[in-house]
Design a protein around this ligand. Structure first.
Ligand code: ZN
Length: 258
């Protein structure tokens, strides 16, 4: 069984159906895009549904950039939406200028409201599908995958940066505590009799000898506590040769690398 495409070519019905389906999807996507693009020549209705706005920002933006007159939302000539961030095009009654009115803060194309909801989705561990279910129930616009991925990258970089800063702060605090309590720590180590947890030798080497965070904080690990057969201590020592002393303490032997 065959079908005929728009260009006149005959193909199998299955292929024809697939092409028709793809064309319909493209047409629908184009319609959506058109609806979400600014219309500069004809007045349009205020969009249905709810919208998240930064009240202070919106109040400030609802003034004409040319004559400072208050703008009337009813004189909307279109809007542009990216995720939950909306930019209205409103004509000034006084001077006729078209003004772009942002509903929330946006810096270099990165919207605060979009970043917040994507961060919330990551924090809650729900992803874009879960986020859109919540938005749909609240009658808010959905965030398409492309936009979600864009903000996921931005938020991911911020999370990574904050995690590194947090580790640096913890390392600095640890350094200060060790300096303050060095004598107490030595006494504790000599009396230590607990069991060491199993630890991957390679991970130990990376954490002890090659941690950029510890290096940036000016912190060097000099003491490691482990049991007699700790392969991690051996690996750390092999990677960064130094004097290693073994001290027996109670039931468990404690190895101290100085
Ligand atoms: Zn004006």
């Amino acid at each position: 069984m065959t079908s005929r495409l728009k260009n006149g070519r005959f193909v199998k019905k299955k292929v024809g159906d697939r092409v028709a389906k793809a064309l319909t999807a493209m047409s629908e996507a184009k319609k959506t895009k058109i609806l979400e693009t600014l219309h500069e020549t004809t007045q349009c209705k205020i969009p249905d549904g709810n919208c998240i706005v930064a009240l202070e920002k919106l109040a400030k933006n609802l003034k004409c950039t040319s004559c400072s007159s208050l703008l009337d939302m009813e004189k909307m000539y279109g809007y542009n939406r990216e995720g939950l961030h909306v930019k209205f095009k409103i004509k000034c009654d006084t001077c006729g200028r078209y003004n772009n009115v942002n509903t929330a803060e946006s810096t270099n194309g990165v919207s605060d409201v979009n970043m917040s909801v994507v961060l919330g989705a990551i924090h809650a561990g729900v992803g874009n599908t879960g986020l859109n279910k919540i938005l749909a129930c609240a009658n808010l616009p959905r965030v398409i995958d492309k936009i979600y991925k864009k903000y996921e990258v931005v938020v991911g970089q911020a999370i990574e940066l904050e995690a590194k800063e947090s580790c640096k702060r913890a390392a600095s605090e640890e350094k200060e505590l060790v300096i303050k309590n060095v004598k107490k720590l030595c006494d504790t180590l000599l009396n230590f009799c607990g069991s060491a947890k199993a630890m991957e030798a390679d991970a130990g080497v990376q954490l002890v000898n090659h941690s950029n965070i510890l290096k940036e904080a000016g912190l060097q690990v000099r003491v490691i506590v482990g049991d007699e057969d700790s392969s991690m201590i051996a690996a750390v020592r092999a990677d960064n040769p130094a004097d290693m002393k073994t001290v027996e303490s109670g039931v468990t032997q404690v190895k101290i690398m100085l």
